[in-house]
Design a protein. Sequence first.
Length: 201
Amino acid sequence: MMFHILCLVAMSAMSSACSFGNGTCKGVTLVSRSEWGARPPKEVVSIPMPVKMVFIHHTAMDYCTNISTCSEQMRKIQNFHMDDRGWFDIGYNYLVGEDGRVYEGRGWNREGAHTKGYNRDAVAISVMGDFSDRLPNKKALDAVNNLIVCGIKQNNITKDYLLYGHRNVRETACPGDKFYELIKTWPHFYLNKQGVDTIIG
Ligand SMILES: [Zn+2]
């Protein structure tokens, strides 16, 4: 009962904080929208959970290694997405900094603007920085993985989810050559899953 009440309060504030309130998100240090200074979204569209696909992105903008610079990046990215791109909100569901924190974007069960054609069927996690020539640091990589595990535990992501890089469905450098080489080795990467009918060539 208490959980539902907390959830309703959080939902009304357009936050997914309720998803993080039950103690199952080991290793995830969440920075909420209010903590990083988000603008309110122009519109919020829900999608059914759990999703079967996780997309990995990079922002191709600055790196950040503490809560102050990462929060500043979040505000810049949100402004860029809302004012220049004309989107409802920051595009991704979650972002990760090299401070090892997870920054709340649209949150779970929200349609994003991250991967054209897949925004209703996937969640997107973007690491802040450009990972063409180097990998995200260990803190950031651990945060990405812990967030996915958390998403599975909370039934926001299916256990047998498939992992993709943005470039697997669009002509883009995202999530950067180095980072892409790494995620290709992760067990849920879609080409590593046997017997799965891949929708992408
Ligand atoms: Zn991308």
